[in-house]
Design a protein around this ligand. Structure first.
Ligand code: SAH
Length: 251
């Protein structure tokens, strides 16, 4: 008997930002798997078996999901934000490739969620109205060298850059190092935004500049956005936006 694995995103925090298709999938599930903080967000579910696990157990969670689905269960795996952005959707496919036994029988469905950069962008105005990129600053799954190469390329390309996972207890200096690289390519007045716990009751937004930014302001719940050379704050308001156009500099 073949079941399904549906990988869903719960959005940035507010229940109003969960897409309706995700709510239907949660209601229809027999089993829900996820990091315990995300499982805690699920209220009013009565008939589902909840499998909460600790951080960094993504592959174990994915394997459990595939194994329950192979027994015919209707499994939902929860992520925060969008499940395809630094989250469980890739882990499920990694597990599927690792264990070919699951391949034939399991149907995998990915349902999107509102990822942190979209929630933060809407909160600020339109900072990603022109070309932007996202970089995960965690070096759990890639070397620091790769992170530094990508930060350099993004700064040289004059992208707006959104940094996910900017800082954790194990990586206190990562953001500081990143800002040192950015300072080589960007002017001191470049806009920097700390968007913290967006759409939750602890939401906080700090708009500052590369020169003044205090990296201690970032935590695991912060998305750090560094503007491009044309990103601006509308003086007298708290709106930040990037115009839709870019003007090429003539040498
Ligand atoms: N799948 C998630 C990202 C997981 S990585 C998504 O699509 O949003 C976790 C990182 O996401 C955090 O370290 C933080 O940088 C960012 N993040 C998640 N929720 C956030 C929120 N409500 N406000 C600000 N940043 C958030």
């Amino acid at each position: 008997m073949s079941g399904t694995v549906t990988v869903v995103g719960l959005g940035p925090g507010s229940d109003e930002l969960i897409v309706p298709a995700v709510i239907s999938a949660l209601n229809q599930a027999t089993d829900i798997i996820g990091y315990f903080r995300y499982i805690e967000r699920l209220q009013n579910l009565q008939n589902q078996t909840l499998h909460a696990s600790d951080n960094r157990q993504e592959i174990e969670r994915a394997e459990l999901a595939l194994s329950l689905a192979s027994e015919g269960k209707t499994v939902v795996v929860v992520s925060s934000g969008d499940p395809g952005v630094f989250a469980m959707a890739s882990a499920v496919f990694e597990a599927l490739e690792k264990n070919t036994g699951y391949k034939k029988n399991t149907k995998i469905i990915i349902l999107p969620g509102i990822t942190a950069i979209l929630a933060a962008s809407a909160r600020l105005g339109a900072p990603i109205g022109h070309d932007f990129c996202v970089i995960n600053l965690s070096d759990n799954l890639k070397s620091r060298n790769i992170v530094e190469k990508r930060v350099t390329a993004a700064a040289q390309g004059d992208f707006v850059i959104a940094f996910y996972n900017p800082r954790s207890k194990a990586r206190e200096k990562q953001l500081e190092r990143t800002f040192l690289i950015l300072k080589k390519y960007c002017e001191p007045s470049r806009l920097v935004i700390f968007a913290d716990a967006i759409s939750t009751k602890n939401e906080k937004v700090i708009i500052t500049t590369l020169e003044k930014a205090d990296t201690n302001l970032a935590s695991m719940k912060t998305l750090v956005i560094v503007g491009s050379s044309s990103t601006k704050e509308i003086i007298g308001t708290s709106y930040v936006y990037t115009p839709r156009y870019a003007i090429e500099e003539k040498n």
